[in-house]
Design a protein around this ligand. Structure first.
Ligand code: SAH
Length: 408
């Protein structure tokens, strides 16, 4: 396994053209005026966009002359489906997207009884270099623009509304930033994305704050910044080890911000929002799953506003590590609970399509390859990625009790 450097500053190249979703409502109205149309057309355009409509022919409330101009100027196609893959009896669907510069990212839509969650990417690749994560091993290609991130959620909302997932039409209820990338390393654009997810129609998807989760390796200054903003989205911290010695190797950013600083920053966030944060912990056989580490984690978190979400490690190509065996998982859970720490085990949706947490690794396409719009499942021109596993991140949702439905 290669040891990669930490990368904070994304390459500047490759950002896509301006899109309505990059703009605030005011900016959108201004942009529409500059194009010679009355500002309220921005609201009409936004309503179509957030409903997944980008075909001018369907925008019948706009005069035909305005449709083409406004769509061309403000709704450039930023995400092209390379292919969809489904799993879990059609209830999980991973989508590989090609961006305007050939970069590839993935998102994963998961349907559960009573809700649907999309796991979205915030960067192409990732600079955080976690050795057990397929995306981390790819390195960072570039930040996504706000519209490229928002577009993944909008596409998922439209897919649910159109009944593209097994189970008929439904509603997208949750968004988790657990796809490719470190969301807090792309702070300003992720912040804009939160606005779009939470703002009611026409300028957003109107999701509730608690149903949006931002997951981070623990960029302490950015957690503090998020704390100072008014939003109350759910925070997830990828801890993976209770002690600095081990965490320095599993989550290399720990060499900069230590375990104690990370949980203190998360605590401050939780105190401000009044809601618990979740501590993500991938159980890796004989690496971080020992009973003494469960006790250390219990001691670290007892009395804090934290909830532990254990993830049996998802295998990634070339990794020497395995998931913890079930008895070790059970022992880990029991010790945490005995310490008074709320603990659940996440299911592993999408594992067989490399769509589970830490598996997303869409390889970067060569720049200059023309991007071709292909329909879902229709002929993808190239195999996506990933030397060995394209997959993606996700799987987040419903934390499932050990022994309950789901992955066990
Ligand atoms: N960069 C963010 C979000 C992306 S990953 C973060 O690290 O939080 C979403 C979650 O999947 C994180 O908790 C991450 O640590 C975890 N993960 C990464 N690789 C994994 C793997 N191989 N198996 C299980 N979980 C993994």
């Amino acid at each position: 396994m290669t040891v990669l450097p930490l990368v904070f500053d994304a390459p500047k190249r490759g950002m896509p053209p301006r899109h309505l979703a990059d703009l605030s409502r005011e900016e959108a109205r201004e942009a529409v005026s500059e194009l010679g149309h009355p500002p309220f057309r921005a609201d009409q355009l936004a309503r179509h966009y957030y409903r997944g409509v980008t075909d001018p022919a369907q925008m019948t409330d706009l005069p035909s002359a305005a449709r083409e101009t406004l769509t061309e100027a403000l709704l450039p196609g930023l995400l092209t489906v390379v292919r969809h893959q489904t799993a879990d009896d059609g209830r999980t669907r991973k989508t590989l997207w090609r961006l305007h510069d050939g970069a590839l990212v993935e998102s994963v839509l998961m349907r559960y009884p009573g809700r649907a969650t999309v796991c979205i990417s915030s960067q192409a690749g990732c600079g955080m270099a976690c050795p057990f994560c397929a995306t981390g091993q790819q390195g960072l290609t570039r930040n996504l623009s706000a519209a490229e991130i928002i577009g993944q959620a909008v596409a998922a909302a439209a897919a649910m509304a159109n009944g593209e997932l097994d189970g008929g039409p439904g509603r997208l209820s949750n968004v988790v930033f657990m796809g490719m990338g470190e969301p807090l390393a792309n702070y300003a654009r992720v912040r804009k994305t939160l606005d779009a997810l939470l703002t009611p129609a026409p300028h957003g998807l109107g999701l509730s704050q608690r149903s949006v989760t931002v997951s981070t390796v623990g960029l302490v200054p950015a957690i503090r910044r998020l704390t100072d903003e008014g939003r109350n989205v759910t925070l997830a911290v990828s801890l993976h080890a209770p002690d600095d010695e081990l965490r320095d190797t599993l989550v290399p950013i720990n060499t900069r911000w230590k375990v104690g600083e990370v949980v203190d920053a998360a605590d401050a966030y939780a105190k401000r929002t009044g809601r618990r944060y979740s501590v993500e912990y991938a159980l890796i056989r004989d690496v971080n799953d020992q009973p003494f580490r469960a006790d250390l984690l219990g001691k670290l978190l007892a009395g804090r506003l934290a909830h532990v979400n254990l993830i049996p490690l998802n295998p990634t190509p070339g990794s020497k590590w395995d998931a913890s065996p079930l008895p070790a998982q059970r022992e880990f859970v029991a010790r945490l609970r005995a310490a008074g720490v709320a603990t659940t085990v996440r299911d592993t949706r999408g594992q067989d399509i490399d769509g589970a947490c830490g598996q997303l690794a869409a390889a970067d396409a060569e720049p200059g390859v023309p991007s071709v719009a292909v329909g879902p499942l229709a002929g993808a021109r190239r195999e996506p990625a990933s030397g060995g596993g394209q997959g993606g991140p996700s799987t987040v949702e419903p934390p499932v009790e050990l022994g309950a439905e789901g992955d066990q």
